[in-house]
Design a protein around this ligand. Structure first.
Ligand code: NAG
Ligand code: NAG
Length: 654
């Protein structure tokens, strides 16, 4: 104990302070505290999301980039363009009945008639035995004032996100192209893109746009683009899924989630919202919450849907593929029955493009990290990030507490010194010689222990590496075997912990301490990954944090008291502890990654095979890392939780 003493008197004071501190350090309260702090983090973290919809924690959106000037221009789209649109719509409707080759030729023909250079891009992906192929058509409109360094993209996928043929969207994009061609104001090039399919067509196009050489592999054959322009500034997709006879819509649903939860600059979204609602009088919705009354409930519902979508990390429209390339992109999707027609949508699109055209540089002023509560209300990262950090903190605290525990063994009564002198605050004290003074310090309830790290570190590494197996199986097997392999993984998930703990405890005779260290390491890794992930994809970190929470609380099942070493456990305390353990165990068993996947497919009313196939395609083609987080981070941590839970069952009885 490094005590600096100048005189006898102050040394006595110091020694008394030390004795007090030692009392606190060993007080049963402090030893029991971590699980409560851990639980508090969890509760506060979840409660945090529920206060975000309040006015105090969210803000009205605003456009911070002055150059955009949303809605400041008069739009001219209308009148004769309406006839052009009707003609194109009719043509597009007919094309839907033709073969792909005829259709591509017809679309290219229209583009050439308008006076644009057009090109095709065939692509083909083979994932899980499924062929995804198509041919994108696109055309370049060279801005009369452009210097070929910047471009904007206007898209309308042939088949929209729901797989419907998007007649009016394609017709409108072609009409806009014809209309834009006559203007001399463009200081950026405009690319008109008709991807064959909303998700993979745009993915193939944008990835080819950003690569110089495309290599052909067994599963990926994406052709190079024969026409390219400058750096893409922004992309806007139109999704106007109505049949040949037209249809008036009520609102624009603005889709903005990108791959892995990346978001476009908030200014682009604000520009679209302020043009549509301010200038054109078209209401805007977010995440399909069409009847949004700006009440607390509606804001919370929007937030919840946003978190769900972002945590899945998959594409939500043609715009999603652009985000990984740092191109801000959104999709305008018409919804509902109302009185707005294609001309209003055309004018909105025109105004958005003219706003982007005004930009002198990439959108950079506003936020890239936000949660929307409504089309014009958002929460910025500073306000929501603590929720995910608390989730990660919950695991850190549990890990540190386990680490501290693993370094101390309970003192057996026989080793108590005989000259136990007196009692202070209910603690037993012993006389200790400190320097030339004799002081009373509390008897140590525990004694320090050397940690044996080799086995736990090796086990933690092995289990995490093992996580590659389910990941590999689920992303590379043929689609027919996906459901079966998930069943196998679910079964293995429930058997593996017991097998591993037999191996560790019986064969390798791992001690209670080593199991504690294993759990501590695994939780530490989980918390570090979640904290890092929170800054990239807040929702995924948060959702995994919530689903994995029992892992912070699982303790050896048949010996629940070993972990909480206190001298003064009463019967009530023991019963509470046991009840808590049973609750945690039940939740632990219910919340395995495979079980959660089954529950989610039930909830969203999709088939397991479809979900797994989509996950495999998203992982392989678009690099969606949700599957990696689930199988290489959450799943191993869950397995370790099970090892901890069952470890005491295999302990040889002495
Ligand atoms: C890749 O696609 C192109 C265009 O469809 C085709 O010509 C080529 O043969 C394909 N390559 C392979 C290896 O399949
Ligand atoms: C041909 C086709 O798929 N048309 C669809 C276009 O979108 C409308 C409305 O969503 C559907 O009802 C049509 O079937």
């Amino acid at each position: 104990m490094p005590l600096r003493t100048s005189s006898k008197g102050s040394s006595r004071v110091n020694i008394e302070t030390v004795a007090r501190l030692l009392t606190i350090r060993n007080s049963p309260i402090l030893l029991r505290l971590p699980p409560f702090v851990s639980a508090l983090c969890l509760v506060v973290g979840i409660a945090w999301l529920f206060i975000l919809p309040l006015n105090e924690y969210s803000r009205q959106t605003y456009v911070s980039e002055n150059a955009i000037l949303p809605g400041q221009v008069h739009t001219y789209f209308g009148g004769s363009e309406h006839n052009v649109f009707r003609a194109y719509r009719h043509e597009v409707y007919q094309m839907a009945q033709w073969s792909q080759a005829d259709r591509l030729a017809a679309i290219e023909g229209i583009m050439r008639d308008i006076g644009l250079k057009s090109a095709r891009q065939p692509y083909r992906y083979t994932v899980a035995g499924e062929d995804i192929q198509g041919t994108n058509v696109y055309a370049l409109l060279q801005g009369p004032r452009a210097d070929a360094t910047e471009a904007m993209v206007l898209m309308a996928a042939w088949r929209n996100f729901d797989g419907e043929i998007n007649h009016s969207g394609v017709a409108l994009a072609l009409t806009m192209a014809r209309y834009f061609k006559r203007w001399s104001i463009w200081s950026k090039d405009i690319i008109i893109l008709i991807p064959a399919d909303s998700t993979y067509g745009s993915e193939a196009w944008v990835s080819a746009y950003h690569s110089t050489a495309t290599e052909v592999t067994a599963w990926r054959n994406v052709s190079e683009l024969s026409i390219k322009a400058g750096a893409l500034q922004a992309a806007v997709a139109i999704d106007y899924p109505v049949g040949p006879w037209g249809h008036r819509f009520d609102k624009l649903d603005i889709l903005y989630d990108g791959i892995n939860g990346a978001l476009p600059n908030l200014d682009l979204l604000n520009t679209a919202v302020s043009i549509a609602s301010g200038q054109m009088g078209i209401g805007c919705s977010i995440h399909g919450v069409a009847a949004h009354s700006d009440s607390y409930q509606d804001r919370l519902k929007t937030l919840a849907r946003g978190v769900m979508t972002q945590s899945a990390g998959h594409a939500t429209g043609p715009h999603s593929a652009f985000m990984p390339y740092h191109v801000d992109a959104i999709t305008l999707k018409t919804v509902g029955d109302g009185w707005h027609d294609e001309m209003s949508l055309g004018r909105t699109t025109e105004s958005i493009f003219r706003s982007i055209n005004n930009l002198l540089e990439h959108l950079h002023q506003s936020f890239f990290f936000y949660i929307l509560l409504n089309a014009n209300r958002f929460v910025s990262i500073g306000n929501y990030l603590p929720a995910a950090m608390l989730m990660a903190g919950n695991f850190t605290i549990a890990a540190l507490a386990l680490w501290l525990q693993s370094g101390r063994a309970p003192m057996t009564p026989t080793t108590k010194p005989a000259d136990t002198a007196s009692k202070l605050d209910g603690l037993q004290l012993e006389k200790v010689k400190l320097g030339d003074a004799v002081v009373l310090v509390p008897i140590q309830a525990t004694k320090p222990m050397i940690r044996h790290l080799f086995l736990p570190v090796l086990a933690a590494l092995a289990v995490h590496l093992f996580g590659v197996l389910p990941l590999k199986a689920l992303v590379s097997l043929h689609r027919d075997y996906l459901t079966l392999s998930l069943q196998a993984i679910a079964l293995a998930s429930y058997l593996l912990p017991s097998l591993l703990s037999i191996l560790l405890v019986r064969t390798l005779s791992a001690s209670t301490q080593q199991i504690q260290i294993l759990q501590s390491l695994s939780l530490l890794l989980l918390s570090a990954v979640l904290a890092t992930l929170a800054t990239l994809n807040f929702s995924l970190a948060f959702v995994v944090g919530v689903l994995a929470w029992p892992l912070a609380f699982v303790r050896p099942l048949f010996n629940p008291f070993a972990a909480s070493m206190t001298l003064t456990s009463t019967n009530l305390h023991r019963s509470l502890l046991l009840a808590g353990q049973l609750l945690v165990t039940a939740l632990y068993l219910a919340l395995s990654p495979a079980t959660v996947l089954y529950i989610l497919t039930r909830y969203f009313d999709t088939s397991v095979q479809w979900t797994l196939l989509e996950m495999a395609k998203a992982w392989q083609i678009q690099g969606v890392y949700t599957a990696l987080v689930v199988w290489a981070i959450w799943w191993p941590a869950w397995i370790v939780g099970g090892v901890v839970l069952t470890s005491s069952a295999w302990k040889p009885r002495s």
